[in-house]
Design a protein around this ligand. Structure first.
Ligand SMILES: [Zn+2]
Length: 776
């Protein structure tokens, strides 16, 4: 155990009226200049204030200090960080700059705030002399001062310290209580802010920093910062929250400073406490960035180097440009791996993070992954993922997809379910329920021109000849493959339009590096040759199920046949230039295309295979309304997933944006781990809150299993110390904070502060969790 004493000496000479009960009467008039010293004991949050008059002999004070704290003198170290004096007390108690004759005459008081009194709080014989001790009760509102007696044993209840006891001997007068239990006034829907501030105000080290001399770190040159204004007003607010006297604080000044930095928080609308937190920490970081001139550092070549080295290099570059208390405490590092769905190129990067945003199982929304196919032959198939109301209709899905692909006014989407290489259902009826589509289904959306809506919808299915195994070994067998392609053709008079449309659809699949590249130009001629009737076998033998008979042959190009929707031949082989007999009322024409080996080489058909399923559940074993563990949410967060349509990745190999699959891993963990539970889902149509109950550990969150590299198990465990809660629905609702303070939990509900039982703190209102690393 060690003590760190911080002195803060407000530049504007804080005049504290409330000097404790015994002095209160005179002090109100006298404006005594006080110096405040805060002693903090790491690991615990108990606190009290000790006030020392500088009229007293400092040596004696020092001795008394360590007697009070029940520690050996060498363990006590009081430092002054104000810059006005150094070594206020040294270990041997010999240097006392304030003991000078001139200053001693002043009515200066020392104020010691002591945080964390493990032994002291329990059974230590507490001797207090000339010290005025103050405490504040958890009742938040009513407080009273509690002066101590000279050299007397303060009545020391055996199990709990009188200093921490909530009993006050001077009820109704002044204020009482443990420090740090001050509420924040609601200025009008500002509970989102109050909730987040209380969590930060009880973050160890972060608090120490702001109560200390943080001003030396202010970066006045940073154009991204606020000239230190945000940091100053935040520090000021924290001091008020931790000052004795504990009337609820109105964070007006802070709010108006914040509004200058982040104008979205102007006015008195409800906001998201997590969003506020992220902005505030970013703003504080910019204000307090010790790096005045960010160096530009070129990352070395990462190819073939040990991944640990690369990660460290990324981290060092981050630290060279960002150095603040925010980075020290809150920043961790991810490894993020992107895989191009087309060329399978892998890209690994290491990015810093400030909090983890974990997904929750949705009971009302679902994400659907759909394969998008262009019908103008311009781009390769790609998959995209959209969020839709779980009990929505087909029109919701089509609407969401249209938005995601920025569909033009002259385009429509034809969405269909594909099974066994055929379209088995089209989602034409906008009022059909989405519940008809299962997670394991495969959906395809075809982007079609609108103006030709009056024409024919031609569905192409593909078949190829495969060698069979078993007793029919060596005999060719025709079978369907790939995803059907669709084109809209204004009028079909003969086979040429069908052929041309198909060639156009295949355009993006062309293998440019194939040997027969030269043939591409005259492929039409070849087809003409073949299509003009040189191959005149029986059309009916082209069934996908029947093996070829004695008149077996392999086409040298494509063969087109009218079929049914399952690719079963309907008997009509299409020939170029020959009139096509399409029934009058037909709007959809199914065409089965037989591929020659040559064509299979010419085109890369892998783009048409392996369609993604609609949804691969993150939480396969969690049913709606059940609780989900925080670890499951972590798994969901780190699970490999396709990027959303709004954050496509530019693949340097394919030279285009694609919906790459992304896999995150934790690489480096911060001292303070902020975990955001994504309760709010925003889609274009619906804003929704997930009420899932998340079962999160209080005493030990062990992240060892989620780290992508071994950093030693001891640094991966966390203890919960604060929660930002959200009650009610989106937009409205109410935020509170739960904070672990002095060996118990308190609820900070705007101005009111009440103790809560530990068994009551885990609720489905938990929104942002604050964990601190267990260091011992
Ligand atoms: Zn690629």
């Amino acid at each position: 155990m060690w003590f760190k004493a911080l002195k803060w000496h407000s530049d504007y000479c804080t005049r504290i009226k409330d000097m404790g009960c015994s002095l209160a009467a005179e002090d109100d008039e006298q404006d005594v200049f006080t110096i405040q010293i805060r002693l903090s004991v790491m690991q615990k949050n108990d606190s009290l204030v000790v006030r020392i008059s500088l009229m007293d002999n400092p040596v004696q004070l020092y001795r008394q200090a360590y007697e009070i704290f029940d520690v050996q003198s060498y363990m006590v170290c009081i430092w002054d960080f104000s810059g006005q004096m150094t070594n206020f007390f040294e270990r041997d108690g010999k240097i006392f700059p304030y003991g000078g004759p001139g200053q001693a005459a002043e009515e200066a008081l020392l104020e010691l705030q002591v945080f964390g009194l493990p032994s002291f709080a329990k059974d230590a014989e507490v001797k207090i002399t000339e010290f005025s001790m103050q405490e504040r009760s958890s009742s938040g509102g009513s407080c009273s001062s509690w002066p101590s007696k000279m050299n007397g044993t303060v009545d020391n209840q055996s199990s709990s310290s009188p200093l921490l006891s909530l009993q006050s001997r001077t009820q109704g007068h002044g204020e009482t209580g443990v420090l740090g239990l001050t509420g924040l006034l609601n200025l009008g829907n500002t509970c989102f802010m109050n909730s987040a501030i209380q969590c930060l105000a009880h973050t160890p080290k972060f608090l120490d920093y702001f109560l200390g001399d943080f001003k030396k770190d202010i970066n006045y040159e940073n154009p991204l910062g606020m000239n230190g204004e945000l940091a100053l007003s935040f520090g000021d607010l924290l001091r008020k929250l931790w000052a004795p006297g504990g009337m609820p604080v109105a964070p007006r000044l802070f709010k108006s400073t914040l509004e200058n930095f982040a104008p979205q928080f102007c006015g008195y609308n409800q906001h998201d406490s997590q969003e506020f937190l992220a902005f505030l920490l970013d703003g504080l970081h910019e204000d307090l960035n010790r790096v005045k001139h960010k160096p530009y550092i070129q990352l070395g070549d990462t190819e073939g180097r040990p991944v640990d080295k690369v990660a460290d290099e990324h981290w060092q570059i981050h630290l060279a440009r960002n150095d603040s208390i925010i980075v020290d405490l809150y920043h961790g590092q991810f490894r993020s791996k992107l895989v191009c769905p087309i060329c399978k190129r892998v890209s690994v990067t290491f990015d810093p993070f400030m909090y983890l945003s974990l997904p929750l199982p949705s009971t009302t929304m679902r994400t659907m992954t759909v394969t998008l196919l262009s019908t103008d032959g311009s781009v390769l198939p790609s998959s995209l993922t959209v969020t839709v109301p779980k009990y929505g209709r087909c029109k919701d899905l089509i609407q969401a997809l249209s938005t995601a692909v920025s569909l033009q006014d002259d385009e429509t989407l034809f969405v269909a379910e594909v099974y066994s290489h055929c379209i088995i259902r089209s989602l034409e009826n906008p009022s059909d329920s989405l519940a008809l589509i299962r997670d394991e289904d495969c959906l395809v959306a075809y982007r079609l021109p609108k103006e030709s809506e009056s024409g024919y919808l031609v569905v192409f299915m593909h078949q190829r000849c495969e060698r069979q195994f078993g007793f029919r070994i060596g005999r060719p067998h025709w079978s369907l493959f790939g995803t059907p392609l669709v084109a809209r053709i204004p009028s079909i008079s003969d086979g040429t339009q069908i052929h041309d449309a198909y060639i156009k659809l295949l355009q993006p699949l062309l293998n440019m590096d194939e040997d027969d590249y030269d043939d591409i130009e005259n492929s039409d001629d070849e087809f003409t040759k073949m299509g003009s009737g040189s191959l005149s076998n029986s059309d009916n033998s082209w069934s996908s199920d029947d093996e070829m008979g004695s008149d077996f042959y392999v086409p040298s190009d494509f063969q087109f046949h009218i079929s049914d929707e399952r690719g079963i031949l309907r008997g009509q082989r299409l020939k170029l230039g020959k009139p096509l007999d399409v029934p009058v009322k037909t709007t959809t024409v199914n065409v089965l295309v037989s591929w020659s080996k040559k064509m299979l080489r010419r085109y890369d058909t892998s783009h048409l295979s392996s369609l993604p399923e609609v949804f691969i559940p993150i939480f396969p074993d969690v049913k709606p309304q059940e609780s989900v563990s925080l670890y499951k949410c972590m798994e969901g967060f780190l699970k490999e997933e396709p990027l959303g349509p709004e954050d496509m990745w530019y693949c340097p190999s394919c030279k285009q944006h694609c919906q790459a699959s992304k896999k995150l891993d934790l690489w480096r963990l911060p001292e303070i781990l902020v975990v955001h539970l994504k309760r709010f889902s925003y889609s274009r149509f619906l804003k929704n809150k997930l009420e899932a109950y998340v079962d999160f550990p209080l005493d030990k969150l062990d992240l060892t299993g989620f780290l992508a590299h071994d950093s030693g198990p001891s640094l991966n465990c966390y203890r919960l110390y604060a929660i930002s809660n959200h009650y009610g629905c989106m937009g409205g609702g109410h935020y509170t904070a739960l904070v672990y303070h002095g060996n118990r939990w308190y609820e900070f509900n705007d101005k009111s502060v009440e103790p809560v039982r530990e068994e009551d703190i885990k609720t489905s209102a938990a929104y942002v969790l604050f964990y601190r690393r267990i260091s011992d």
